[in-house]
Structure formats: C-alpha cells, structure tokens
Design a protein around this ligand. Structure first.
Ligand code: SPV
Ligand code: MG
Length: 671
C-alpha cells in the first residue's frame, strides 16, 4: 500500500502560521506537526512508501520530511500550478507513482487519532471516514450515503449525508477507476474542482464504504480556530491511559500486535501478573516475574509496567483508573468470563471502556506456546518446580500416579470453582500403589529398577513435578545412587521413612512387626543423600513413623528436629488415626521452633481436614496417596464380575469410558 498526502494547498486561512512553511508543518503538540504525526503513524504501521504532492515552500517541505529520519521512502511531486488548480491536478501530476497499488489518501491538514487510522487500514473494502454523530458542516465535505455506500462526496450534499473527512483507503481496482476519471477531468482542463467530483462520477462502479469515526478525532485544520480545537483534543488524547495485563512467559508477534494496538489508544500501562498470581490460576511461570517485567519495560512506548497481584483486575483498575482496558475477545466465555464481568463493572463505576480485539487463533502462536510449555517436562525445569510451588503457593497438593495413564489424570484433571481453575500441583509415586499395580505387596519387594521404570512411564507423558516414595531409602550406600538417579530423571523430592528391616505399609501400624531406625542411622542416611545430590533443587524429605508405631509425640518431635539438623529439606509426619489431633499437635509444636522447613502430610485416615485448614496450620504439602488406585481397581473388579454374571459385555457398557474420551486423554501426537 502507498500513502498519498496532498500538500499543494497554500493554506492562506492560517494567516501568519503559514508564512514560512506549508500548513502541514504547523505544530500541534510539542514539536510534533500535522505532517510529522501523520508520517510517524504511517511508519509505525509499516506503510513506508509515501507520495507527497507539494506546492508553495516545496523545498522547505522536502527538507523537513528528510530531517525527520523516519524509515520512509518519499516521492515528492510538485504541482507547478498550485495557485490556479485544485488537488485533482496535483494527483494528476503524481499519477505515474500511483498505479498498481492500494492507496491510502489523506489531506495534508488532517489530524486523526491512531484508532481511526487502524480502522481505516483494517477495512477490507474501499472506505472514507465519516461521522454519524458530528453536526453536518455547512462548507466542508459531506458524504451522501445510500444503501450503506457512499455515492457522492462534496460540500453541496445535505440529503442522507454525514460529515466526511478526506481520509480514504482505496482498493487498487477502485482507485484505478477514480484515478482514470481524474485523468479524464484534467485532460479536459477541469482542474479547479475537487477530486471528489471525479469520484462521484464513478462511485456507482465501486463499493466505497463510510467508516464511522463517531466522536473520535479526525479533523482538518483550516484556520487557527481548528488548530486550537485539534491541539486541545490531542492533549486529552495524551492523558488517556490503557491497561493491558499479561501472564505470558515469552513475547511473540501476536502479543506485540495487541501491544501496538493498545498503545494507539493512550499511554500504555502493562500489568504483569506476579508469580503468585500465575501459580494460582495456571501453571508455574517458566520465567520469573522480574524477568517478565523487564521484558515489557524494554518495549518502546510502554509508559509503565506494574504488578498485578491477583487474577482479578479490580485492585489495579481502582488504583490506575485507566481510560481503556484492552483484551482479546476470547474471555467472553469460559473460565475467564467472571474476570471479564468484574472488569466491565469496575470500568462502569468510573466511565472506563473495555476494548476487545478478535482473538487470533494462530497455529504459529499455539506451537510456540506448546513448545515453551514442553520445557516443563525437561528434568531441570520439572525438578525445580516443586520448591518454586512451595514458595509461591504455600500449600502444594499432590495426587498419586503409578503409571502413564494415572500420571495423565493427575496432569489434566481440572475443575473450575468461582472462576478459578483448580488442579493438582504434583504427583506422588507411592510405593503402595506402584507395588499394587504390579500385584505385589508394599514391602520394598519391587526393586528400584522397576520403580524407576514407573517414573519413566510417567515422566514421558506429563510435566508436573514428582515426589517419589523412597520407602526406607534402603542401605545408605544404595540410597546415594537412588538420589542421583532420581535427580537425573527430574524428580523433585524423595521421601524416606525412618524404618529399617522388612518395611511394611504404615497403615498397618503396630498390627505387623515394623522396626524404627535409630536417629543416628537415619540422620547419617539423610546426610549422605544430601552430600550425594548434584543439583540445588532436589529435596530429601524425612518421614517420621513415631506416631504410626506409637512411640509418642516427644519421640516424633525429637526425630523431626534431628533430621532437619542432619539436612532434611522437609519433614513428613504420618498417622493412621482418623482424628487429626496428633498431627495438629505435632505441626503446632514443630512450627513453634521451625517456621520454614516444609511439612508434608498424607491424610488418608485423617481425611476430614480441608486444604485451607492444613495451610492455615502451617502444612506445605498434602499428598493424596492412594485414591486413584483404590477407586480404579474396584471399578475393574465390578466390570469383570458383571461380564462373568451376564456371559457377555453389554451390561458392562454403561460402566465404560467411551473410547472417544480415551483419545482426549491420550493425544496421538505427543503434547
Ligand atoms: C504410600 O503411598 O506408599 C505411602 C503412604 O507410603 S502410606 O501408604 O500411607 O504409608
Ligand atoms: Mg509407601
């Protein structure tokens, strides 16, 4: 597309303001002139081919354009008869440069706001700016509109007319018609009329649409009064602010496009969602807040970058009271709708406006985001995620997984509650469930090679952090190898319990013979594991079995402090009582002396306590240790029985998951 700017007029109505330069060089805001503003706006939108017709002071104008040092290619065409002819003749003089392209035509004294130009450029058909709300001017241009199309443009049309401003986007074919007619006019020496007279002669052969600017700035500067109005309007435009919020880890051209659009509405304030806010509503951010903030601060033309601490915009809208909030229209439905509704109501309270752009579903962007998201599965990223989650969320929820499919269930299951998406943060590779899946008892019979195989299956199809049930950790000499293998696989934490000899599942308690390790031995195992670990983020959690084995609270606490001192990164306290009282007591007494070491609980028996209460009491990790296993197998048993009872599978059908749903859960391409 080429821009054609008409600057051959003398501008005599401006008085002394045009005594030394053409009207388009009149300053309208600071050192910005009508022309420099037009050219800046064009260059920001990638329109670089500019044809300018000149008249009086043409040398001054040419030098001025060059001095602006914008990345534009100019063609200047002087109309030598500028005093005796109208701009129809200037266009005629420039005709050789105006063939074979769409044309953006504007008068050199026209001042318009960014969004007007954006709308004109976005039009898929030829258009001219009009205002359905402005009063019909007596002497200026009006457009006569019939059946939604402009049929006549001129000062003499009052019927079915709207005020019109000389800013046109002409599609190539339409422009060819108009230009051809202008040539015919000029060759008949009709050079003193408006170019629009030629347009009116051919308008029936094209679709020239009126583009309604309503109250927006789009105004010619003909005299000092117009100039005062325009200067005031620009000052008000500069005071407008726009708010845009991001939680993205990277910037792609889709984000940049919306930032550019938003910038055109006013001073741009970007809200960057804090890590805590992102963690609450989606997954852990891959890039920390400070880095994400810096990314936006370095974008030219961004006025201010501020933290947004919640998913809700309310606090920031009340604080900054932006004139506009900009967002893609994808939040009109789905989980983000309540957030949008709140934005609409806060904006209404002070007269702000919501501007929504059509959400662009571009495969290119989806792929970039998918590729980025797949980084979560990389061992280094996955391993570090648990520590980050604890720091950002305070309480992390963990669900057991013992295979690829159960891993996928933990990865993907979500519920929406009050506009917030709830999902599990991490996976627990339970010894009980891993052994059960292999039809074996939970007595450290399934060896580490096999347990690692399970981790591999899960790791291959998921991205969430993993906590590994390391049983007793085995011999210290073996444990150090386990630690390194787990680190390599991207596991975030191993939990080892202070038992020795033949380990049995804790939920059997004292019903079976179980031996607790000595504090010294267990501390040595923890210390050896910590020494062996290669990465900073990996965590070793010491699990205390004193309450399970009925050794009392004091023993539990003594051990907890000793294990922490030996280097344990977290403490797990276990109980098989239905009443959570002893766990509460332990947490309270431990927290009285240690406020930072994360505490882990596995509320299988004491399952009435909510996550909110655990958090309030100072617990950091809640593990749902076996619920997928304990619900899955009875369903299978029931299906097996039903088929046996009916000698066929039909009666079992209603119990079965549709094959289609399996496809949703397990995509064919790796995600
Ligand atoms: C497991 O899930 O294997 C555990 C937790 O160790 S518990 O079964 O409660 O002992
Ligand atoms: Mg276990």
């Amino acid at each position: 597309m080429k821009a054609l700017i008409l600057n051959s007029g003398v501008g005599s109505r401006m008085g002394v303001l045009t005594s030394e330069h053409p009207k388009c060089m009149t300053e309208i805001a600071g050192t910005e002139t009508i022309l420099s503003r037009q050219l800046r706006m064009l260059s920001e939108r990638g329109i670089s081919d500019i044809v300018i017709t000149t008249g009086l002071f043409d040398g001054v104008l040419v030098n001025y354009c060059r001095s602006l040092e914008l990345p534009l290619h100019f063609t200047f065409v002087n109309n030598p008869a500028y005093r005796e002819t109208n701009y129809i003749y200037s266009i005629y003089c420039a005709r050789a440069y105006l063939k074979d392209d769409d044309i953006l035509l504007m008068h050199g004294d026209l001042v318009f706001e960014d969004s007007v130009l954006d709308d004109v450029l976005a039009s898929r058909q030829s258009c001219m700016t009009v205002s359905s709300t402005a009063e019909l001017p007596q002497k200026d241009f009006k457009a006569e509109i019939r059946d939604g199309k402009i049929v006549n443009v001129g000062v003499e049309f009052f019927n079915s007319a709207q005020a019109a401003q000389p800013l046109y986007k002409m599609m190539k074919a339409d422009w060819r018609e108009w230009l051809g007619e202008m040539e015919a006019f000029c060759e008949r020496n009709e050079v003193n009329c408006y170019a629009e007279k030629a347009l009116n002669a051919v308008s029936s052969r094209m679709n020239l649409l009126p583009l309604d600017v309503h109250e927006r700035l789009c105004c010619e500067v003909d005299n000092p009064q117009d100039l005062a109005v325009v200067m005031d309007a620009i000052k008000r435009l500069h005071q407008r602010t726009v708010y845009l919020c991001f939680s993205t880890d990277i910037l792609h051209s889709g984000h940049m496009a919306i930032i550019q659009k938003a910038k055109h509405l006013g001073r741009l304030i970007i809200g960057v969602m804090t890590d805590e806010a992102v963690a609450r509503y989606k997954r852990m951010p891959l890039v920390p807040y400070t880095e994400r903030r810096a990314m936006f601060e370095n974008i030219a033309g961004v006025y201010q970058v501020v933290p947004q601490e919640t998913l809700s915009y309310r606090d920031n809208l009340e604080k900054y009271r932006p004139t506009f909030v900009v967002h893609g229209d994808d939040w009109c439905t789905g989980v983000q709708k309540p957030i949008r509704d709140e934005v609409v109501s806060v904006l209404a309270s002070y007269g702000g406006q919501l501007v929504e752009y059509p959400y662009m579903h571009d495969q290119k962007f989806d792929e970039i985001e998918k590729r980025l998201s797949s980084q979560r599965a990389l061992p280094d990223v996955r391993r570090a995620a648990l520590r980050m989650q604890i720091a950002l969320k305070g309480l992390v929820t963990v669900m057991e997984a013992h295979s690829g499919i159960t891993g996928l269930i933990v990865e993907k299951t979500q519920v929406v509650e009050n506009g917030e998406v709830r999902q599990f943060d991490a996976m627990w590779v339970s010894s009980l469930c891993d052994s059960t899946a292999k039809g074996k008892p939970d007595i450290e019979l399934v060896d580490m090679t096999s347990r690692f195989r399970t981790i591999d299956d899960i790791v291959e199809v998921t991205t969430k952090p993993i906590i590994f049930d390391g049983d007793t950790g085995g011999l210290t000499e073996h444990f150090i190898y386990t630690v390194r293998s787990l680190e390599r696989m991207g596991v975030s934490m191993v939990i080892i319990e202070d038992k020795t000899g033949l380990k049995k599942n804790s939920l059997f308690g004292t019903e079976v013979a179980q031996t607790q390790d000595t504090i010294e031995n267990f501390c040595a195992k923890i210390a050896a594991g910590k020494k062996a670990q290669k990465t900073r983020e990996f965590m070793i959690c010491a699990r205390i079995e004193s309450l399970i084995l009925e050794r009392g609270m004091e023993d539990a606490l003594n051990r907890a402090f000793a294990y922490t001192k030996a280097g344990a990164d977290a403490i797990m306290i276990h109980s098989r009582k239905k009443d959570p009282a002893e766990i509460f007591e332990f947490v309270e007494k431990y927290r009285a002396q240690d406020q930072t070491t994360p505490i882990v609980v596995v509320p299988t028996s004491f399952n009435t306590v909510t996550e909110e209460e655990w958090k309030a009491r100072g617990v950091n990790i809640v593990i749902y240790a076996n619920q997928l296993t304990r619900t899955g197998f009875p369903a299978m048993q029931k299906a097996a029985k039903t088929i046996l009872e009916h000698h066929r599978a039909k009666e079992c059908d209603d119990m079965c998951m549709p094959i289609k749903d399996i496809i949703t859960l397990i995509p064919e391409e790796s995600e």
